[in-house]
Design a protein around this ligand. Sequence first.
Ligand SMILES: Cc1ncc(COP(=O)(O)O)c(C=O)c1O
Length: 293
Amino acid sequence: MFASLKASPADPILGLLAKYKEDPNPKKIDLGVGVYKNEGGETTVLNCVKKAEQHRTDTETSKVYLGPTGSTLFNDEMSKLIFGPDHKVLNENRARTVSTPGGTGALRVTAEFIKSCKAGATIWVSNPTWANHTGLFEAAGLIVKTYPYYDYDNKNLDFDGMLAALKQVSADDAVLLHACCHNPSGMDLNNEQWQQVADVAKTIGFTPVIDMAYQGFGQGLDEDAYGLRLMAESVNEMVVCSSCSKNFGLYRERIGACTVIGATSLQADIAYSVVLAVVRVIYSMPPAWCGTG
Ligand SMILES: Cc1ncc(COP(=O)(O)O)c(C=O)c1O
């Protein structure tokens, strides 16, 4: 069976990491994977992570399965971190969060969830975007199209181009937006631009999918969620994919969350049941690192 296989190309970023490791140059600088490093170029375990791990070892009383949702305590706390404690979607009980293996897991679950809503749906991503987005969505059979984002000539955000493209999107399409610290361009929308994008989303009715991989790494925990929170106030349905790899300093532990917002509490319950069914057939249950209860 394997004889017909052709080797897949290595992921460019992971390939760069391998080349970096091989390079004997003492002045080498790794500009590949975006992880925190000290002056010595090491990604050490943060003291707070060490303490949390010790606390967990000391207090954990069971290794029994948590179920596809993961830790409900973690999920509730993630919802508050994403939306702030007093957001409309929380007060209206329209958001449901599931723990996922990293932000990548959240994106993959979202891809399958969108497929359940509409097989072969189109999702629009920024040009450029994080290299893995296209593969993740295409793996679920979604059609990936791009909207202008970075103006390479002027080294600036092409906001006019972006807005014009989003006005052409269909109501049953999804649009991926980076909440903050846009990867790879580093160019983020300002508050006024978020308002304009939210207005277009509301008018057209497309489904925003917000990828938040760096909450707290831009302007601050709340500031970085400004656009996402504004969008969630404007539209009826939305998905948020959170990565806790960078801001929790837990990269390899694979911590993240997928949050679906429904038009009503009942629709959120239905959407959540579909998300849980998706989880069950991909990896069954997320890792328990993010919480035990
Ligand atoms: C924009 C973006 N989304 C998602 C991810 C995936 O994060 P994780 O490592 O938690 O899977 C990354 C990681 O680099 C990212 O840059």
